[in-house]
Design a protein around this ligand. Sequence first.
Ligand SMILES: *Cc1c(COP(=O)(O)O)cnc(C)c1O
Length: 818
Amino acid sequence: MSQFQSALDTSIPGLKRLIQTHLKFSLARDASTATKRDWWLATCKAAQSVVVERMIATQAVHHNSNAKRVYYLSLEFLMGRLFSNTIYSAGIMENMVHALEELGLDFEELRSEEYDMGLGNGGLGRLAACFLDSLATLDLPAIGYGIHYQYGLFKQEFRNGYQVELPDAWMRDGTPWEIVRPEHATEIKVYGYVENVFDDRGNYVSRWNGWKKLLGIPYDIPIPGYGTNTVNYLRLWESRAAEDFDFEAFNRGGYDEAVREKNHSETISKVLYPNDKTESGKELRLLQQYFFVACSLKDIIRRFRKTNEDWSEFPEKVAIQLNDTHPAVAIVEMMRLLLDEYSMSWGPAWELVTKTFAYTNHTLLPEALEKWSVGLFQKVLPRHLQIIFEINKLFLDEVEARWPGDTTKKQILSLIEEGPTQMVRMAHLSVVGSHSVNGVAALHTELLKKELFPEFDALYPGKFNNKTNGITPRRWLLACNPRLSDLITSKIGHGWERNLDKLRELEAFADNEEFKSAFMHVKHANKVDLARIIKESCDVSVDPSALFDVQIKRLHEYKRQHLNLLHILALYRRLLQDPSLDITPRVFVFAAKAAPGYDLAKCIIKAINSVGKVINNDKRINDRLKVVFLPNYRVSLAQRIVPAADLSEQISTAGKEASGTGNMKLALNGALTIGTLDGANVEIREEVGDDNIFIFGMTVEEVNALWARGYNPQDYYNADEELRAVVDWVGSNYFTPDEPHGVLSMLRDNLYYSDPFLCLPDFRSYSDAQKRVDAAFRDKDKWAKMAILNTARVGKFSSDRTIMEYAKEIWKLDQKPF
Ligand SMILES: *Cc1c(COP(=O)(O)O)cnc(C)c1O
């Protein structure tokens, strides 16, 4: 089948030569003086050659067959490191390890030279990265579009237990993976005003005038599939001033003035906004969204028109997926292009647009639903605002036809929220302008239809659908856990890497003593590795035979790291009050970044660090509890923690976590979940079975009922002596003796007075579930079986499965192997 022939020699001597050639000719370095970083760079370049050759072949296949492509638009791509991934996908892992050995280099050491590509906040950005991996692996023609941020998500340090943010200059020393494409630089327009004028055929039309030009420069990152020839790419736009200099100003002697414009333009791609879930009102953020969307659409249309004449073919050749509402202005920009630049009339233009776009909703949190003030839109994108009002007018006609005379329905559904300041509702725009709206887990999609958008669901039957999230098994098992990967392959052979359901064959070994022992030996070895990292970065010694209880994710109230902390305090207190109490020794591992302006989240970090410091140094409890907070949570750190976890904390308030993907990574690597019936936890339970997961807490229905009858945290506080004690304890200055009184009172007050995410009502049920965990971990045999069954039964959560569902049900996209 494969017509592809490589011109490269990827034997061990061939790779050695390739690395040496790059060291010399790409880096201008001599082997005798080369640093580890030089060797790393040369190795990247060698691997990249293999990939680039296939990328050129792939693009020719897609072009020549005029294939339909999907364009994945996302403001975030949390890629992590690309070294192992590239080498695995190039199919040269084994030879590369040997070639490096012969050059006196260690693969693992080289791999840690790489700075994470952290162009995302958390789950949403990581999902985009996993999707790119699956799209290429499944031979689906796809291009990712995003922003080439100069600074990714901030670097986190702790000083005296407080989070400190530092800039993430991820490409300061260059990065070997990207290819700049100045030939595809793109000009776009912003600001200005709209005039109504007669065009050359006597039509009265709207014209956008007085705009400023911006330039987008594309940087391409090749995305190789695993075990296939397909190499897609991720195209990231960097903003530049359209003219280097304002010569007029310069000639007037104003150098400052002359470069100011340039600096302003270049600010657009300067830095990723560090807020997960909320970001609103910022002009620069709207400019970022429009900038990358406008550049991407121009690029998409240019590519379409190279091989197609007829606009009506557009939806047959182009599918555009919006990752949340961040790129939703693309719907309006596409309308503008068709109307104003290609002189199409409204009806056909709107039909093309709605057939092309599809939207993924990621959250039900009301504060996370994007809105832009009409005033800001008017200033930055005046013509787009006009088009939005036109879309809304026609849409409200539809609403009137469906529910005649019902003004409440119109108010609820309108793209414009009326109030003291009129706002554009980007989610409504996305629903109206797309043919598909999907949630990211079964429960989330149900709630999307029943609670968030019931009227839209009634108006557009069949538009809403579910695509449960997934993770790529290449990064989240093969690359991050080589010990477990090797053990699995030794039992069931290869094939699971591209067909994760094959892991079900491991069920046959779940009662096999030898396999159980080998499985837990792998876990132990991974825990020894993590213990070393903990020692290095937290200066805490932990026992690898203790239960590693892990909560790693963005710091957010709804994720309830503070519920975890209350349980830690309860355990600690029980030990102090009964020193002979027999509990399973545990290491609590946290890793999380808090948004810089999110005070309560930062207070929770400080609280965990302060409590940890006291507990870790309390001789009375004989090292039975340890609490560590690893700094600077990011993809490469997750890859070290996930393989070493025994217990996965997925304890969000029911109804708040859309899906979660951390839950999937941890279960795949043999951690048992303690979790609420929220997000994809529900489906994880269905897969692994009730006996192999620890479910606790209120259901969505119970949460709703509690709010309906009125919630008062003090009812729970007063009724539970232990709960009352730990809530007050954390707010006292017991854990922060050297600091001003009340540094943690904010957390205590939050729990006592409002507790918006219901930690108190779920505390007892959580504590009881933790007792079941404690007991289960003592029975080593039983635990091993449960862990194995987790790994064996979560094949569903491969992002390959997710992407095949998108391809078949939303994009109507064919695989193009070659
Ligand atoms: C997977 C991942 C996330 C998402 O974790 P959740 O537990 O699903 O919130 C966030 N950040 C990083 C670095 C990840 O790898």
